[in-house]
Each structure stands twice: as C-alpha cells, then as structure tokens.
Ligand binder design. Structure first.
Ligand SMILES: Cc1ncc(COP(=O)(O)O)c(C=O)c1O
Length: 392
C-alpha cells in the first residue's frame, strides 16, 4: 500500500480504470530479467541492476561470507565501532576504479548525496543544481543553508548565466545520467563552465557508474576526473548491492569523515552489503562485456522506438524514457504492459517534471535480444492504447 505522503502527491481519480496500482508492488521473487508479482511471472524492465550482479553467485557468496564473519549489522557509525576491514577494502577499490585519491562509504546513496551536498554546500557561495537533479541532492542543498539556485536541464548556457551572476566559489550539482529521463549530462562542457567561474563540480554517478566510460562512469567518459571534481554515487544500481559513496581528494574525504552528518550519525553500511559491492566491483573489472551488453539492449529498444517516430537520442544510458506527458495515459499504458506480461515503471510528477509523465524502461545485462523484442511489441501496443507518445 502506498504511503500517505506519496499517495497525496497523485490525483486518486487517475486510477479509475486501472485495476493494479503500479507502485509498491511486492515481488515474490526476482530471477535476472524475470520478476514474480501477484502469482505471475513477468518480464522485468524495471530494475536498476544494470549489470545483472545482484543475484550473481559470486556476489551472493561474498555477502554470505561477510554475514557469517561480521554478523548482520555493523551496530554503529564508522567513526566509532562500525568500521571493518571490508569497508576499507571497498573504499580503496572504488577510489582506484574511479581514479580518485580517496573514497568514503555511506549507508545509502541517498545519504551520500544529501550529506555531501549539505557539507560542501555549507562553505559554498551558492548551490546551483540542474533542475532535474535527484531529490537527495536538492535535500542536501536545502540543508546546507547556502543560497539554492536551479538551471534549465542540461543547458550549459543557462548554467553559465547563473554562475556569471553569482560570486565565485559556488557548488554546481548534476547527475551524470538522469534517473528518469536517462539523459546524459554534457559533463565536459559543464566542467569547463565551472572552471571558468571558479565553481566546484559535484557529479552524482548513481546511474553512470557501471554504465558509461567502460563502467568507470560518466565523469571518466567525459574526461572530467581531476581532484577538483567531486563524485557521489550508490551501489543500489549497477553494483547490485545497497550503500552510497563519495570520492575525491584526501582533503575532501577528511572533511566528510569529520563533518558530514549523514556519515557521522548513522550506522555503517552492513557487512553483507559492503562485501556484495566489493565483489560486484571485482566482477565489473573482470567482465567488461556486461557493460557493453546492458547498453546494447537499451540501444536496440531506442532504435526500434525511434523507427516508430519517438524522438529518442542514441545516448549510451540503460534507461529508455517513453514520455506520454499525461499521468492518466501513462497509467493506462502501464496497465497494458502489465497485463501483457511486462513490468516497467510508471513515473509521474514529482518524480518526472510536470507534463512529462513517462514509462521508464531500464535494461540490464541479463536481458536477451528476444526479451527486448517482446518489450518492443508490448510497448507498441501500449502506445497505440495511450495515443502517440513523446519521448527523448
Ligand atoms: C540519481 C540518484 N541519486 C541518488 C539516489 C539514491 O540512491 P539509493 O536509492 O541507493 O539511496 C538515486 C536512487 O534512486 C538516484 O537515482
């Protein structure tokens, strides 16, 4: 059942004629690209397990060993009793993979994003965010106490105008891949703009890590990896686990370890989650073909929908947005997919910008080409049902 808070943001009348509520659906089991819900096995295109690692035997084995060795909980914050050798090993491995001096783990991606923006934003002249940046980044900006500004989504000229009007020393916050639209940020241009106006760039790699730049992320793909750039992210997408991280200079890591409230005042990432993420990173290093496969599946779907006239870009992200604009059309199209045996996500405001409600399709390395074909056929039926779509 939806939380009252969430339900309060959706007009209940939209659900007329929609027998299945598309949110908070409890899965009975997951098996790679298949998900069992309410007694039915559906083809799943709704997971963020982009590399198919959450159920990889090596990842599960590593989590089981950590559980047996360290127990189910860390029972405390990293700063006091919650640190283990596993946490330090994951921090070293991730800093190395991302070409950074240091890394700090967080219990969740949300806490990493929110805490880092709040901490760094507190000493910035202003926090300037892409309008479609993740909610956790906006929450951090509000907590920072700094002046908060937005700029038009992925619009470097709009960012330039903003920064020109502000004092030097602003913090600019963007996602490398936008979680709902799948848009890839023009990071090289954004970085150049930040350098020109003396701003610090912070990139959320939640959906870029394991996907772009041969798995190193969007910052790496754009050549933006200096110590002047800060990166946050999560293990809950391509790395098949739970937990968040921040990477950057040693000085930045020290600042987080000593000042960041969501780091200091929350229990450390569980041993099983830490070991799972560490093993997932090992597999990512060893099996680069997974990265290529996940993007190739999304490319197949994008190309087919483009043939139908949907204006989708050919970016490398694993997320394919089918924008239907109006929430009622999205819910009906979602229902058509569900009834046809395909599980995608219905994304309404506030998760999508007003007037840009969408079906979100996410691809993983576990999908076969035949799965993509089935999805495409079902989506075509759904689009006829919902009227001609608009997508990007
Ligand atoms: C762009 C982005 N940043 C941060 C987060 C938060 O990560 P987590 O769900 O692992 O806490 C998410 C997850 O929804 C996300 O999509």
């Amino acid at each position: 059942m939806a939380s009252p808070h969430f339900a309060a943001q959706i007009d209940a009348s939209l659900f007329t004629g929609t027998p299945d509520f598309p949110f908070y659906l409890p899965a009975v089991s997951f098996d790679g690209s298949r998900v069992e819900i309410a007694g039915r096995t559906l083809l799943g295109f709704a997971s963020n397990d982009y590399l198919g690692l959450a159920r990889h035997p090596g990842v599960i084995g590593a989590a089981q060993q950590a559980l047996a060795k360290f127990g189910a909980s860390t029972n405390g914050s990293r700063v006091l009793n919650g640190s283990t050798t596993l946490h330090e090993a994951l921090e070293r491995s991730l800093a190395d993979w991302l070409g950074s001096e240091d890394c700090v783990l967080f219990p969740t991606g949300y806490q990493a994003c929110m805490g880092v923006v709040a901490t760094v934003g507190a000493r910035a002249s202003a926090v300037v965010l892409d309008r479609e940046a993740h909610a956790s980044l906006f929450d951090g900006a509000r907590q920072s106490g700094a002046r908060v500004c937005r700029f038009e989504h992925n619009d470097v000229l709009a960012l330039r105008r903003r920064l020109k009007a502000l004092d030097r020393g602003a913090l600019v916050v963007v996602d490398s891949v936008y979680s709902m639209s799948g848009d890839v940020a023009p990071l090289a241009e954004i970085h150049a703009c930040c350098s020109e106006f003396g701003a610090t760039l912070l990139i959320d790699e939640a959906h870029g890590l394991g996907v772009l730049g041969q798995g190193h992320g969007g910052a790496y793909a754009a050549g933006v990896t200096g110590t002047d750039t800060l990166v946050v992210g999560t293990f809950s997408k391509a790395l098949g686990s739970i937990g968040g991280f921040a990477v950057g200079s040693s000085q930045f890591a020290l600042e987080l370890r000593s000042k960041c409230r969501s780091q200091l005042f929350s229990a450390a990432l569980s041993p099983a989650s830490t070991a799972a993420a560490l093993e997932a990173l090992n597999i990512l290093r060893a099996e680069p073909a997974r990265v290529a496969r996940a993007s190739a599946r999304a490319a197949t779907i994008r190309a087919a929908l483009r043939e139908d006239g949907l204006p989708l870009s050919n970016c490398a992200s694993t997320i394919v947005p089918v924008v239907l604009s109006d929430a009622a059309r999205v819910l009906h199209a979602w229902q058509h997919c569900f009834d046809s045996g395909v599980y995608v996500n219905a994304v309404l405001a506030p998760a999508a910008p007003a007037g840009r409600a969408l079906l979100r399709v996410s691809c993983t390395a576990d999908h076969r080409e035949s799965d993509c074909q089935q999805l495409i056929d079902v989506l075509r039926g759904a689009l006829r049902l919902g009227g001609a779509g608009e997508a990007r």
